[in-house]
Design a protein around this ligand. Structure first.
Ligand code: NAD
Length: 498
């Protein structure tokens, strides 16, 4: 149980708290709207110190060239430490994010711990390539860590998402500077301390806190950064990749989504209904992979949508610390305004509001300043409406009714994004066709949000560049070096020998 939240949240450089000076930003508990702490923003000098610490650790701490077994031990110790502190980390995350505590403890923190175990196990099985087709020569390909990674994380699942980046960067021998979202710094700040308590050497993981255009931009522009892994909005990703391009720094971009959830008449409707609700309303609706465009085949649409709306109205909204809460507050006042704006403008935008769109009634007084919304569902006139094209990033489901396979796929693919598609059907040929025709980095068939870490995760089009996952992270976080050795002394052309 966290007795008190830290009043001042600083950065963390070279194994210790860093610089209690800089611009001060409020940390707000979205469940009450109250200020619970102050974030001390890292400026360009602090970012410089963090990158230098990471560089020095890369060159001198032994981490980059450490025996794999030893590095695995540290990663597994980090796994154990995260699990041991799961309650504390979940409470800190909940305080600034507002996602139900139970979801944070049982899903996010377990996933964070597992990320370390996954990459510990992965590096134990790595191997190189050998080419010996050219007679008298053998070429081997070895992998080496790249250097200092800048890891930039969003606010919607701070520890769960950033831990994947940190675990991958470290596993392959890199050092890093992590930049959490300025909205949700509490749990990640403690997370890096826990990594150090578990034995990660000083300087291997550094953390700089602050706003994107200040701290984030300084990090991206720093000449000591060798790699950038970013998760966040598409526009931010574009700006970061432009800056990185000037220095030819490799990037991975995990960006936004507007994923279609296609429910064919041949689906298991009960399961598809449960999954449709979970895909849009879990994590308070704030997920890149949300199934936010629900496409239902006409012959089952009326009943399916009615059942969905009925269930959405019965979702338990409230204090995220309450174990029975299913939907907590949105992450900030501004974000709630934006989400509610889509509901307010519904009629003008070609939407028929089916449920939600207001602040919920009946919450206790102590939550009256929180950023709650009723879960929203709306029927869209067609796929071109704003709510079907823009990422809302809240508990806002849009429905469209389709006629036949081609219509479903056309609507699903009519988007600037391409992160995930969901397909619900028990008719195998329909599933096979849809898997082939959908333009997205991930297709989930008759399941919801099942992340397989071994497999690549990432988006087509404006949903991203590059992938995360076992092999994909190995490609990104390592350099390949080809070494060619002859098996006997070779005859070399003798310039100047007459
Ligand atoms: P955001 O783009 O506003 O911010 C993400 C991070 O980038 C934050 O740490 C922010 O401070 C930083 N940042 C902002 N401007 C910057 C700049 N100029 N230079 C460097 N850093 C900068 O996104 P957000 O609102 O925090 O997160 C929500 C978005 O993230 C949504 O679009 C969502 O879809 C996306 N997301 C994608 C995935 C995925 O895996 N594809 C996962 C989660 C969230």
């Amino acid at each position: 149980m966290v007795e008190r939240y830290p009043e001042r949240v600083t950065s963390f450089v070279a194994g210790r708290a860093w610089a209690d000076r800089g611009s001060e930003l409020p940390i707000v508990d979205p469940s009450t709207g109250e200020r619970i702490g102050t974030l001390v923003e890292a400026g360009a000098e602090d970012v410089d110190a963090a990158v230098r610490a990471a560089r020095s650790a890369f060159e001198n701490s032994g981490w980059a060239r450490m025996d794999t077994g030893k590095r695995q031990e540290t990663l597994l110790a980090a796994h154990d430490a995260i699990l041991a502190h799961a309650d504390e980390l979940a409470e800190l995350e909940c305080a600034a994010l507002g996602v139900p505590l139970r979801e944070l403890r049982e899903r996010h923190m377990r996933r964070a711990a597992y990320n370390f175990r996954f990459f510990a196990e992965f590096i134990g099985q790595m191997r190189g390539e050998v080419y010996d087709q050219t007679e008298g020569y053998r070429s081997i390909v070895v992998r080496e860590p790249v250097g200092v990674a800048a890891l930039i994380a969003p606010w919607n699942a701070p520890v769960a998402l950033a831990s994947m980046k940190v675990a991958a960067a470290l596993a392959f021998g890199n050092t890093c500077v992590l930049k959490p979202s300025e909205q949700t710094p509490l749990a990640l700040r403690r997370f890096v301390e826990i990594l150090h308590e578990a034995g990660v050497p000083d300087g291997v993981v550094n953390l700089v806190n602050g706003r994107g255009p200040v701290t984030g931009a300084a990090l991206v522009a720093h000449p000591g950064v060798d790699l950038i892994s970013f998760t966040g909005g598409t526009e931010t990703g574009r700006a970061i990749m432009e800056a990185a391009g000037r220095r030819l720094v490799p990037c991975t971009m995990e960006l936004g989504g507007k994923s279609a959830n296609i429910v064919f008449a041949s689906a298991d409707r009960e399961r598809a209904l449960d999954a449709a609700l979970a895909s849009i309303y879990s994590n308070n609706g704030q997920q890149c992979l949300a199934g936010s465009r629900i496409l239902v085949e006409r012959e089952i649409a009326e009943r399916f949508i009615a059942d969905f709306v009925d269930r959405a109205r019965r979702i338990r909204i409230g204090d995220p610390r309450d174990e029975t809460t299913e939907l907590g507050p949105l992450a900030s006042a501004g974000h709630r305004e934006r989400v509610l704006g889509f509901a307010r403008d519904a009629a003008a935008d070609g939407l028929t509001l089916l449920t939600g769109g207001d602040a919920p009634r009946g919450l206790p007084d102590r939550l009256s300043g929180g950023f709650y919304v009723e879960p929203i569902a709306a029927l869209a006139a067609d796929n071109a409406v704003r709510a079907c094209q823009q990422e809302i990033f809240g508990p806002f489901a849009t429905f469209q009714i389709f006629d036949g396979y081609d219509d479903a796929i056309r609507r699903a693919n009519d988007t600037e994004f391409g992160l995930v598609s969901y397909v619900w059907s028990d008719h195998l040929p329909t599933v096979e066709r849809a898997v082939r025709d959908l333009r997205s980095g991930v297709v989930w068939v008759n399941t919801t949000m099942t992340r397989e870490l071994r497999a690549p995760f990432g988006g087509y089009a404006n949903s991203g560049v590059g992938r995360e996952g076992g092999e994909a992270c190995m490609q990104f976080y390592t350099e390949q070096k080809t070494v060619t050795i002859p098996s006997r002394p070779i005859a070399v052309r003798r310039f100047g020998a007459g």
